[in-house]
Design a protein around this ligand. Structure first.
Ligand SMILES: [Zn+2]
Length: 91
């Protein structure tokens, strides 16, 4: 673990608020998710926020970025992308 992990990306202060911080939408209390909609494939990955206690800047990370890759087993959801197969360049 480097000290850069605890430094704010904006002001550079090592004032990142420690402890687990979650983000929720106010309506349905679901976690904010990253969704890839290429070819109708939805990839949902929770966002991990990092908050600077000095300037309030918020960094967001995905917890498992490798999960965002589209793989052959991913099935499109919805009907308007049925005719488009997953192509090699999507990987
Ligand atoms: Zn800051």
């Amino acid at each position: 673990m480097s000290s850069a992990q605890y430094a704010c990306s904006k002001c550079g202060e090592q004032a990142i608020v420690q402890g687990e911080i979650g983000l929720r939408t106010s309506r349905d209390l679901e976690l904010i998710m990253v969704v890839r909609k290429d070819h109708g494939v939805e990839k949902k990955v929770p966002l991990q926020p990092r908050v600077c206690g000095k300037c309030g800047f918020v960094d967001l990370f995905v917890q498992s970025p490798e999960h965002l890759k589209i793989v052959a087993t991913d099935k499109p959801v919805g009907s308007n992308s049925k005719d488009r197969p997953i192509l090699e360049y999507d990987f």
